[in-house]
Design a binder for this molecule. Structure first.
Ligand code: 4AZ
Length: 244
Protein backbone atom coordinates (compact mmCIF):
# COMPACT_ATOMS: atom_id res chain seq x y z
CA UNK A 1 0.00 0.00 0.00
CA UNK A 2 1.32 3.42 -1.02
CA UNK A 3 0.46 6.29 1.29
CA UNK A 4 -0.75 3.95 4.05
CA UNK A 5 -0.39 3.71 7.81
CA UNK A 6 0.43 0.75 10.07
CA UNK A 7 -2.76 -1.16 10.82
CA UNK A 8 -3.94 -1.55 14.38
CA UNK A 9 -4.03 -5.28 15.31
CA UNK A 10 -7.59 -6.55 14.81
CA UNK A 11 -8.64 -3.66 12.53
CA UNK A 12 -8.92 -5.92 9.45
CA UNK A 13 -9.76 -9.34 10.91
CA UNK A 14 -10.79 -10.71 7.46
CA UNK A 15 -7.39 -9.86 5.94
CA UNK A 16 -5.46 -12.94 4.83
CA UNK A 17 -1.86 -13.39 3.72
CA UNK A 18 -1.71 -15.96 0.91
CA UNK A 19 1.66 -17.70 1.10
CA UNK A 20 3.32 -20.12 -1.31
CA UNK A 21 6.30 -22.48 -1.65
CA UNK A 22 7.18 -24.98 -4.36
CA UNK A 23 5.22 -28.25 -3.99
CA UNK A 24 7.10 -30.84 -1.96
CA UNK A 25 9.83 -28.38 -0.90
CA UNK A 26 10.91 -27.40 2.59
CA UNK A 27 11.53 -23.76 1.69
CA UNK A 28 9.84 -21.29 3.99
CA UNK A 29 6.49 -20.02 2.75
CA UNK A 30 6.58 -16.50 1.31
CA UNK A 31 3.78 -13.96 1.13
CA UNK A 32 2.49 -13.57 -2.41
CA UNK A 33 -0.96 -11.98 -2.23
CA UNK A 34 -3.70 -10.80 0.03
CA UNK A 35 -7.04 -12.50 0.54
CA UNK A 36 -10.33 -12.03 2.38
CA UNK A 37 -12.03 -14.46 4.77
CA UNK A 38 -15.74 -14.64 3.87
CA UNK A 39 -16.67 -17.95 5.59
CA UNK A 40 -14.76 -19.99 8.21
CA UNK A 41 -13.46 -22.29 5.41
CA UNK A 42 -13.37 -19.87 2.45
CA UNK A 43 -11.01 -17.08 1.40
CA UNK A 44 -11.48 -14.88 -1.67
CA UNK A 45 -8.41 -13.77 -3.58
CA UNK A 46 -7.48 -12.61 -7.10
CA UNK A 47 -7.40 -15.13 -9.96
CA UNK A 48 -3.89 -13.96 -10.87
CA UNK A 49 -2.68 -15.02 -7.40
CA UNK A 50 -3.25 -18.74 -8.07
CA UNK A 51 -0.25 -20.76 -9.16
CA UNK A 52 -0.96 -24.48 -9.33
CA UNK A 53 2.77 -25.33 -9.13
CA UNK A 54 2.92 -24.16 -5.53
CA UNK A 55 1.58 -25.31 -2.20
CA UNK A 56 -0.55 -22.58 -0.71
CA UNK A 57 -1.42 -21.66 2.84
CA UNK A 58 -3.26 -18.76 4.38
CA UNK A 59 -2.31 -16.83 7.51
CA UNK A 60 -5.05 -14.88 9.27
CA UNK A 61 -5.10 -12.69 12.35
CA UNK A 62 -1.58 -11.27 12.13
CA UNK A 63 -0.07 -7.90 11.29
CA UNK A 64 3.67 -8.75 11.07
CA UNK A 65 4.65 -11.24 8.36
CA UNK A 66 8.04 -12.19 9.79
CA UNK A 67 6.79 -12.84 13.30
CA UNK A 68 4.75 -15.63 14.86
CA UNK A 69 1.96 -13.82 16.64
CA UNK A 70 -0.30 -15.57 19.14
CA UNK A 71 -3.32 -14.07 17.35
CA UNK A 72 -2.44 -15.86 14.08
CA UNK A 73 -4.20 -18.82 12.54
CA UNK A 74 -2.35 -20.65 9.76
CA UNK A 75 -4.39 -22.92 7.52
CA UNK A 76 -3.50 -25.00 4.45
CA UNK A 77 -5.42 -24.50 1.22
CA UNK A 78 -7.33 -27.62 0.18
CA UNK A 79 -8.43 -26.36 -3.24
CA UNK A 80 -8.31 -23.22 -5.38
CA UNK A 81 -11.20 -22.38 -7.72
CA UNK A 82 -10.29 -19.75 -10.33
CA UNK A 83 -13.18 -18.08 -12.19
CA UNK A 84 -13.84 -19.88 -15.50
CA UNK A 85 -13.64 -16.56 -17.40
CA UNK A 86 -10.46 -15.31 -15.71
CA UNK A 87 -8.38 -13.72 -18.44
CA UNK A 88 -5.23 -11.61 -18.53
CA UNK A 89 -4.46 -9.34 -21.49
CA UNK A 90 -1.60 -6.82 -21.82
CA UNK A 91 -3.97 -4.02 -20.85
CA UNK A 92 -6.28 -5.51 -18.18
CA UNK A 93 -7.21 -8.52 -16.07
CA UNK A 94 -10.79 -9.79 -16.40
CA UNK A 95 -12.83 -11.78 -13.86
CA UNK A 96 -9.86 -11.62 -11.51
CA UNK A 97 -11.30 -13.71 -8.70
CA UNK A 98 -10.64 -17.08 -7.05
CA UNK A 99 -11.94 -18.96 -4.03
CA UNK A 100 -9.66 -20.84 -1.66
CA UNK A 101 -11.19 -23.74 0.23
CA UNK A 102 -9.31 -24.11 3.50
CA UNK A 103 -8.42 -27.43 5.12
CA UNK A 104 -10.13 -28.37 8.32
CA UNK A 105 -12.74 -30.69 9.76
CA UNK A 106 -16.35 -29.95 8.68
CA UNK A 107 -16.59 -26.17 8.64
CA UNK A 108 -14.00 -25.60 11.40
CA UNK A 109 -11.06 -24.34 9.38
CA UNK A 110 -10.67 -21.08 11.29
CA UNK A 111 -12.17 -19.99 14.57
CA UNK A 112 -13.65 -16.58 15.12
CA UNK A 113 -11.64 -14.39 17.50
CA UNK A 114 -11.02 -10.67 18.05
CA UNK A 115 -8.36 -11.00 15.30
CA UNK A 116 -10.05 -13.38 12.83
CA UNK A 117 -13.54 -12.65 11.51
CA UNK A 118 -15.39 -12.96 8.22
CA UNK A 119 -16.34 -9.94 6.08
CA UNK A 120 -19.80 -9.68 4.49
CA UNK A 121 -20.40 -9.81 0.76
CA UNK A 122 -22.04 -6.63 -0.57
CA UNK A 123 -25.75 -6.59 -1.33
CA UNK A 124 -25.88 -3.06 -2.81
CA UNK A 125 -23.67 -0.70 -4.76
CA UNK A 126 -21.89 2.23 -3.13
CA UNK A 127 -21.74 5.67 -4.78
CA UNK A 128 -18.71 7.36 -6.33
CA UNK A 129 -16.93 9.41 -3.68
CA UNK A 130 -17.59 6.83 -0.94
CA UNK A 131 -14.57 6.45 1.35
CA UNK A 132 -13.47 2.83 1.73
CA UNK A 133 -10.37 1.08 3.12
CA UNK A 134 -7.66 -0.99 1.47
CA UNK A 135 -5.09 -3.05 3.36
CA UNK A 136 -2.13 -5.28 2.57
CA UNK A 137 1.56 -6.13 2.80
CA UNK A 138 2.33 -5.02 -0.76
CA UNK A 139 4.89 -2.57 -2.16
CA UNK A 140 5.16 0.89 -0.65
CA UNK A 141 6.72 4.20 -1.66
CA UNK A 142 9.91 3.09 0.10
CA UNK A 143 9.96 -0.66 -0.63
CA UNK A 144 9.28 -2.57 -3.86
CA UNK A 145 9.52 -5.75 -1.76
CA UNK A 146 6.51 -4.86 0.29
CA UNK A 147 5.94 -4.20 3.95
CA UNK A 148 6.55 -6.57 6.87
CA UNK A 149 3.79 -4.72 8.68
CA UNK A 150 0.17 -4.72 7.49
CA UNK A 151 -0.68 -1.25 6.14
CA UNK A 152 -4.01 0.38 5.37
CA UNK A 153 -5.27 3.50 3.62
CA UNK A 154 -8.53 5.23 2.82
CA UNK A 155 -9.45 5.42 -0.84
CA UNK A 156 -12.43 6.94 -2.67
CA UNK A 157 -14.64 5.05 -5.11
CA UNK A 158 -14.30 6.54 -8.61
CA UNK A 159 -17.18 6.51 -11.10
CA UNK A 160 -17.06 4.13 -14.04
CA UNK A 161 -17.51 7.08 -16.41
CA UNK A 162 -14.47 8.86 -14.99
CA UNK A 163 -12.32 5.72 -14.89
CA UNK A 164 -13.25 4.81 -18.51
CA UNK A 165 -12.23 8.24 -19.75
CA UNK A 166 -9.28 8.38 -22.14
CA UNK A 167 -6.87 9.99 -19.69
CA UNK A 168 -7.55 7.24 -17.12
CA UNK A 169 -8.04 3.63 -18.40
CA UNK A 170 -10.40 4.00 -21.36
CA UNK A 171 -12.55 1.11 -22.50
CA UNK A 172 -10.34 -1.74 -21.32
CA UNK A 173 -12.29 -1.31 -18.08
CA UNK A 174 -15.51 -3.32 -17.89
CA UNK A 175 -18.40 -3.51 -15.42
CA UNK A 176 -16.79 -6.39 -13.48
CA UNK A 177 -14.16 -3.87 -12.28
CA UNK A 178 -14.15 -0.50 -10.60
CA UNK A 179 -11.50 2.08 -9.76
CA UNK A 180 -10.70 3.55 -6.37
CA UNK A 181 -8.07 5.93 -5.08
CA UNK A 182 -7.19 9.46 -6.09
CA UNK A 183 -6.69 10.84 -9.60
CA UNK A 184 -3.89 13.05 -8.26
CA UNK A 185 -2.03 9.87 -7.15
CA UNK A 186 -0.16 9.22 -3.91
CA UNK A 187 -2.37 6.64 -2.20
CA UNK A 188 -2.94 3.23 -3.80
CA UNK A 189 -2.73 -0.53 -3.58
CA UNK A 190 0.27 -2.15 -5.25
CA UNK A 191 1.98 -5.44 -6.06
CA UNK A 192 1.62 -7.85 -3.11
CA UNK A 193 -1.72 -6.34 -2.11
CA UNK A 194 -3.47 -8.22 -4.93
CA UNK A 195 -6.43 -10.32 -3.88
CA UNK A 196 -6.77 -8.35 -0.66
CA UNK A 197 -9.79 -6.37 0.44
CA UNK A 198 -11.31 -3.02 -0.36
CA UNK A 199 -13.86 -2.73 2.43
CA UNK A 200 -16.71 -0.21 2.65
CA UNK A 201 -18.68 0.31 5.84
CA UNK A 202 -22.40 0.97 6.00
CA UNK A 203 -24.46 1.04 9.23
CA UNK A 204 -21.48 -0.45 11.10
CA UNK A 205 -21.34 -3.47 8.78
CA UNK A 206 -18.11 -4.07 6.81
CA UNK A 207 -18.62 -5.19 3.23
CA UNK A 208 -15.79 -6.46 1.08
CA UNK A 209 -16.66 -4.45 -2.02
CA UNK A 210 -13.57 -5.10 -4.12
CA UNK A 211 -10.43 -7.23 -4.45
CA UNK A 212 -7.13 -5.57 -5.38
CA UNK A 213 -6.64 -6.54 -9.03
CA UNK A 214 -4.46 -4.36 -11.26
CA UNK A 215 -3.43 -0.86 -12.27
CA UNK A 216 -0.86 1.02 -14.34
CA UNK A 217 1.97 1.02 -11.79
CA UNK A 218 1.07 2.36 -8.34
CA UNK A 219 -0.07 5.70 -6.95
CA UNK A 220 0.51 7.45 -10.31
CA UNK A 221 -1.51 10.48 -11.38
CA UNK A 222 -4.64 9.48 -13.40
CA UNK A 223 -3.91 5.77 -12.74
CA UNK A 224 -5.95 4.69 -9.71
CA UNK A 225 -6.13 1.08 -8.53
CA UNK A 226 -8.55 -1.28 -10.27
CA UNK A 227 -10.59 -3.69 -8.16
CA UNK A 228 -12.71 -6.76 -8.92
CA UNK A 229 -16.33 -5.63 -8.47
CA UNK A 230 -17.70 -8.23 -6.04
CA UNK A 231 -21.38 -7.32 -6.55
CA UNK A 232 -20.95 -8.93 -10.00
CA UNK A 233 -19.68 -12.19 -8.47
CA UNK A 234 -21.93 -12.88 -5.48
CA UNK A 235 -23.89 -15.59 -7.36
CA UNK A 236 -20.64 -17.21 -8.50
CA UNK A 237 -19.27 -17.11 -4.94
CA UNK A 238 -22.46 -18.42 -3.33
CA UNK A 239 -22.84 -21.26 -5.83
CA UNK A 240 -19.34 -22.55 -5.04
CA UNK A 241 -19.50 -22.04 -1.29
CA UNK A 242 -22.85 -23.73 -0.92
CA UNK A 243 -22.45 -26.59 -3.43
CA UNK A 244 -18.87 -27.83 -3.04
C1 4AZ B 1 0.16 -5.83 -9.15
O1 4AZ B 1 1.15 -5.81 -9.86
C2 4AZ B 1 -0.62 -4.58 -8.94
N1 4AZ B 1 -2.06 0.16 -8.19
C3 4AZ B 1 -1.61 -4.54 -7.99
C4 4AZ B 1 -2.33 -3.36 -7.79
C5 4AZ B 1 -2.06 -2.25 -8.54
C6 4AZ B 1 -1.06 -2.27 -9.50
C7 4AZ B 1 -0.34 -3.45 -9.69
C8 4AZ B 1 -2.86 -1.01 -8.31
O2 4AZ B 1 -0.20 -6.87 -8.60
Amino acid sequence: VYGGMKSIPGAHPWQASLQVRPKGSHWPYRHTCGGVLIEPCWVLTAGHCIDKANSMRVVLGGVKLAKNESSEQTVDVEAAIVHENYRETPSAVYNDIALLKLKGPDGHCTKETKFVKTACLPNTTFPAGKECTISGWGSTETSDYGSNQLLDAKVLLISQQQCMSDRVYGHVLDDTMFCAGYLQGGVDSCQGDSGGPLVCENDEVHYVYGLVSWGDSCAKKYKPGVYTRLTKFTDWINSHIHNV
